[in-house]
Design a protein around this ligand. Sequence first.
Ligand SMILES: Nc1ncnc2c1ncn2[C@@H]1O[C@H](COP(=O)(O)OP(=O)(O)OP(=O)(O)O)[C@@H](O)[C@H]1O
Ligand SMILES: Nc1ncnc2c1ncn2[C@@H]1O[C@H](COP(=O)(O)OP(=O)(O)OP(=O)(O)O)[C@@H](O)[C@H]1O
Ligand SMILES: [Mg+2]
Ligand SMILES: [Mg+2]
Lengths: 266, 266
Amino acid sequence: MAHIIVTGNEKGGSGKSTTAMHIFVALARAGMRVGALDLDLRQRTFFRYLENREAFARRTGQQLALPRRIALAASDLRDRIAAQEEEEARFSEAIAELERECDFIMIDCPGSDSFYSQMAHAAADTLITPINDSLVDFDLLARVDPESGRVLGPSIYSEMVWKARQLRARAGLRPADWVVLRNRVSTLHARNKHKVGEAMAELSRRIGFRIVPGFSERVIFREMFLNGLTLLDLKEQGFTFSLSHVAARQEVRDLVRALNLPGLEK
Amino acid sequence: MAHIIVTGNEKGGSGKSTTAMHIFVALARAGMRVGALDLDLRQRTFFRYLENREAFARRTGQQLALPRRIALAASDLRDRIAAQEEEEARFSEAIAELERECDFIMIDCPGSDSFYSQMAHAAADTLITPINDSLVDFDLLARVDPESGRVLGPSIYSEMVWKARQLRARAGLRPADWVVLRNRVSTLHARNKHKVGEAMAELSRRIGFRIVPGFSERVIFREMFLNGLTLLDLKEQGFTFSLSHVAARQEVRDLVRALNLPGLEK
Ligand SMILES: Nc1ncnc2c1ncn2[C@@H]1O[C@H](COP(=O)(O)OP(=O)(O)OP(=O)(O)O)[C@@H](O)[C@H]1O
Ligand SMILES: Nc1ncnc2c1ncn2[C@@H]1O[C@H](COP(=O)(O)OP(=O)(O)OP(=O)(O)O)[C@@H](O)[C@H]1O
Ligand SMILES: [Mg+2]
Ligand SMILES: [Mg+2]
């Protein structure tokens, strides 16, 4: 039985693919066998990052950890229900295939509520939701009273997660661990961060997710995309570490530790 | 005939809704009659921003410009082709309705290639594509050679725009003005910005868009979402302007001027 980790957030650009890539590299470097699915079928940011990594390894003759990847195609049946049945079969087969040989399966979701994404949300043992430090992003988790800053009620993405939880419970699986992390956090703007932070804390109590340490806005999280490298790989690349790099590495380690994943050293 | 402005980018979180809101307010303050469609049917960030604005106006007794909005629903027909025909009818009716009384129609697209989004891309007189200062975002416009930094070929979003252009040409409409702007630009990280900038310049020549001044990463672009206000509204709100605010306002003005919209003073 592989432990399934899903990065999900219907809000675009919250950092799902970036988080998926960095968690993959952290797990691989810890000696775990990792499988991967990229459910963002058109953009494929996570798989593109991995293809760049594979190409870099070939070009430089280096060894770089890669996950066992399975590419899923959308069904092109015209009938919506028949298309979903076909996709459900493809999804289950891919999971079964990866579970044979992997300790972990990393699944990156699109910024939309596709059927594949809904299935991944139900299959997740650990669901990771990155969110920008922004009331605009927060609006997809919950509506907030403009005057009191209090949470008024869940909104579209929380409802999606809720539906997935019900499906999961009905399938007799243990509840997922839903973790939310703030991403692209600026080192400034205390007032705005405070507002988002307060609303997050209140919502976490109400709808049952826990908040884990996230990532600051750092160009190192994206500047090596073309080579498929992350800051975790830089030891072998012989780089001199800047202060920002050391801080970034700590952010990734703090996240991985906070995930409490089975089989990982503390 | 209304001039149709569309914010589009399949990449999530590039700044479509933020840009749509600020352009709307700039046009309204210039005395233009503006209509609006929000094609992100689930997230509805743009319409949520406008609903917050309407609520703020009611709460405070203030007058605040609002666009004429039409809400479009997804078709729930099971057959994909029949569903698209239904959506095509709804889209055309909404445009025809708004054209009767508006100088401009502001259409915000989702971060996915929905059928409504495809239609908007063909209907656009001005197509605005915001993009993060990131090779991860750029990957949806074009593939880049990791060693030379040269553009290898168009990718998924460029192809979507291309298809829309062909549809538009076949419908006998004048070519759209495709503008790309960089958003959430940090004041640091010259090397990464240079790489993205070079690739953008090369691609703009190859696939025919022009690059216009964009926005820096500034919390003022998002911190008033709950009240539906933008920095352009702050004059009447009696705020004291910070240096960042003055700079932000100049960024919005520079963008609007660069759009060369009909009927607007230079
Ligand atoms: N911590 C960070 N620091 C700097 N840049 C970041 C960080 N996290 C994400 N980014 C950048 O922000 C943008 C959005 O990130 P990413 O693509 O990972 O989000 P996503 O949720 O997968 O988006 P989508 O909804 O399109 O799938 C990308 O340009 C990425 O490089
Ligand atoms: N220039 C900016 N400065 C600061 N924050 C910004 C800026 N532009 C956008 N943001 C923030 O970045 C996030 C993404 O912006 P936005 O929602 O406008 O993107 P989008 O392209 O409409 O996303 P989606 O694909 O989900 O529709 C939001 O949290 C928004 O508040
Ligand atoms: Mg992604
Ligand atoms: Mg949007």
